[in-house]
Ligand binder design. Sequence first.
Ligand code: TYD
Ligand code: MG
Length: 475
Amino acid sequence: MARALTTYVCQSCGATYGRWQGKCESCGAWNTIAEESVAATGVGGAPVKAKAGGGKAKGRAFALAGLDGASEQAPRMETQVGELDRVFGGGLVRGSVILLGGDPGIGKSTLLIQASARLARMGHRVVYISGEEAVDQVRLRAERLGLTASPVELAAETNVEDIVATLAEGPAPRLVVIDSIQTMWTDTVESAPGTVSQVRSAAQVLIRYAKKSGAAVILVGHVTKDGQIAGPRVVEHMVDAVMSFEGEGGHHFRILRSVKNRFGPTDEIGVFEMTGKGLREVPNPSELFLAGRDLGAPGTAVFAGMEGTRPVLVEIQALVAASTLGTPRRAVVGWDPSRLSMVLAVLDAHCGVRLGSHDVYLNVAGGLRIAEPAADLAVAAALVSSLSGAVLPSDAVHFGEISLSGAVRPVAQAAARLKEARKLGFVRAVVPEIARGEQAESGLTVQAVTHLSTLVADIAASGVGRAKPKAVAGE
Ligand code: TYD
Ligand code: MG
């Protein structure tokens, strides 16, 4: 008999304690520790059968292999949803397990039913298990999306042992979708569905199934208020890939990002648009992010960025306004707030642009989240433009990293950025010095800047004579 244990498990990070306490020492969360009664568990939560004698069983010797042995390339299967395949790294790998996280209502179920339908139509066996919606609900959605002709096999089930037993009948499916892992439960653990031990054990059963059968399994995971995939972080460690499906409220764009991927890159993004007929792929995101630009307004700059191997042009919007607050407000959407503080400090210290008594708002248009330091130059340009009231040329792109000394540092893949800019009709680029060499090839007029103060002076000079010049201090 397995020994029954009562443990206290943090529902946020999975840390275990011998007694209840209000605060989790591990992740610092309050009121997240709940009592869970589990059978004695082995590594990763698998139930351990105690030996009759109680002593440790003698291990079995296994063969070790060398690095040079012949192995198969991870066989991939394209879903034919191009943006999805791009993020997976060229298609679904057989026997792999993918965790797909995202806010409620962002479109996870829609994305997966669309991908399932594509695969099923190609003649692969695809099983879609919904733990949240009834079969009729899934069917109604499929009807709206015009997918009812695809032979996807549906079920509304939550017990993983039953699911694995059902899947074992007939040929092994190529794809199994579990929507969602938080609703699944296993017989081996006594605690309620959704608790850390249940989620971990259920995930383990499904992962074992995937490895054994060669089916690719996609687990949908809920996201908590602070953006973490709910349940134990351990599930993230257990699976082969973690994807997150994101979008800003009010925007139709959805971005699929890979957070971890054992079989592919992690910096690729897939871009979709939510329409009345489901998710539409967006193979050229720049056009989408630049659509509806306000060309005559100060405070906007176009950033030529890279997302993985793909260049993406996006508009950076800044608003600088005199503050009535003791501590001026800094609000950022789509960029790193500490990076903004750094750019503001460099503008202050090296360029004489004082924003200490101004509220600063920064927004990356279209709901994209930028992580690249290469956006520094575009952000600085947008800030100075807003402060001085000088409109930046609408046919120019900006990129470059700013160092603490105010020097503009080169960034990777300048040629690809310039090429994309040209493709979209831009004729000028404000870039770091070293990228000047790319000018001949790109066909753009390249303005190389070595120090941020040069750019600030240029922008301020271009604004002279406007109706309401707000002179940049120090110029
Ligand atoms: P859903 O896939 O159910 O989200 P999740 O599984 O991530 O919770 O998507 C639900 C949202 O998507 C809902 O707000 C309506 C919207 N939607 C559309 O706009 N068009 C469509 O064709 C579909 C199916 C959903
Ligand atoms: Mg859903």
